[in-house]
Design a protein around this ligand. Sequence first.
Ligand SMILES: [Zn+2]
Length: 69
Amino acid sequence: MPVYEFQCDDCGQVFEALLRFSQADEKQSCPGCGGQNTHRLLSRIAAPSFSGGSGASVSGSCGGGGGFT
Ligand SMILES: [Zn+2]
């Protein structure tokens, strides 16, 4: 189950919540002030970051022209 981060617009507290995908767009109550004025932050378990844009994307330690199918 993915972890989502929310931030409270009232008190600014950032909190995490384990949500199902179907609940991801629901407003969460702030654990600090109990307010509902929260918004979801970008998840930390985001897309994989490809470091370096040039060259081989697959960092093969064993060089030699691999036949990667
Ligand atoms: Zn709050």
